[in-house]
Design a protein around this ligand. Sequence first.
Ligand code: F6P
Length: 558
Amino acid sequence: MNAEGRSRLDQMPEWTALGKHREQMGEVRLRELFEQDPGRAERYTLQVGDLHLDYSKHLVTDETLRLLGDLAAATDVTGLRDAMFRGDKINNTEQRSVLHTALRAPGSAVIASDGENVVPAVQAVLTKMSIFSDRVRSGDWKGHTGKRIKTVVNIGIGGSDLGPAMAYEALRAYSHRDMQFRFVSNVDGADLHEAVRDLDPAETLFIVASKTFTTIETITNATSARDWLLAGLGAAGSGGAGSAGEAVAKHFVALSTNAEKVAEFGINPDNMFEFWDWVGGRYSYDSAIGLSLMIAIGHEQFREMLAGFHLVDEHFRTAPPHENAPLLMGLLGIWYGNFWDAQSHAVLPYSHYLSKFTAYLQQLDMESNGKSVDRDGNPVHWQTGPVVWGTPGTNGQHAYYQLLHQGTKMIPADFVGFARPVPDLRPGLVPQHDLLMANFFAQSQALAFGKTPEEVRAEGVAEELVPHKTFRGNHPTTTILASELSPSVLGQLVALYEHKVFVQGAVWNIDSFDQWGVELGKVLAKRIEPALTEGAEVPGLDPSTAGLVGKYRALRGR
Ligand code: F6P
């Protein structure tokens, strides 16, 4: 038993039973599973809101699913889930509630953190965001020189960038097409340079998004953006050094939990949209962090997206285990990661609008479950979060799918696709959607069932080429098919993955809501910077890094 009174995961009978089951399964073949069970495809599908989820192409049987369910029960996934929804401080290393689900709860809900109902504050911020976004969209909010805002630049990093950037891209078809939206994250000055080089400062609104308002990348970029704005407005003749504060008030707003730091930066607290420490950065784009998205799509559609999130929250909270999609997806990941030695997980969206979806999921999953100690600080003796990767189809097919089909690695994958193209697609392009989706269906079919040597020979292929043209198949995939990529469906998809990540963290007994692993690099970068600029001695630099720093200085002529 560990300090929480929970047995070590890999010593639980439910865990060892899964190990034995895996051994007994041996070389299970998807072809045979389908032959033996004609009802498999129908039985192994779930409908959650608008999401149709087919998990029949997995290396599982009813027995596997039963044993995975036993593991979830033994590790009390639902207990931790209920504690999360209740507002208990399940982020134990930071002693915080984990209440992103409150961000999309109806206004009538009562959800307490530290004994206080958080829902009224959530709704008040949503209202403030709605009023502001309406004013920007309609042109009622004017810049310092009286011009309307044409471009919104979100400056943030990690969860304060990936979420709004991904969702804006996903919902571009629903966005205000006369406005532009750009996202700056990298401390590499090239990012800001390229984002603003063709903009008129008088028509540009900067949204500085940072939960802590201390993140060096964001504060550095925001400071440079302010310099660019003031210089530009000064050159335009109608701003001027004397009115810098007024100009900033018209062109800068902040999204943060840290009012003090926002004021210190020079942004009027009236122009700050608040959120709270119980919203993790990677779970935050449905909070004030989504302001750029709300300006893009309008508050009604933003609310539709929140309703989509909430629908899946309710499903996760109430659906019985065998019909619970996030639970199932989490357990399938555990099956492959812990019992099949899969190291990575591919997410392959067949929608160009989801071009940033996998990058978003990388932070969600890898920052949450990239842990190697359990909730009590003991080393884990089992694999935790996978490497998450992927790009939109069909591009990946002409890049890395070769390895998926014929390589040596076990890589479970999710295919995400939509029955209809986005509503404003030019009619002439609509037929391409069927071609896109034909690829979507073909790829998971090929991955699952492959092509046997006999089938290759039957095509008259020369014997020496038969091994090269054979597809082993048996690669497990989940297919998620939805009607169309609407605001609600995006919310449903993101909530599905959020809770999948939750389930895995709960079984592995790790804290999915801290991210101490990003700290060391930050501290070292601060220490190294003076060595680059001033040649300062950095105590404790290892010989390799010291050599590289010396080389850098020489190349810079310092
Ligand atoms: O990468 C670490 C991290 O803290 C993320 O969790 C977070 O999303 C990101 O930095 C940005 O943090 P902030 O919103 O405080 O600027």
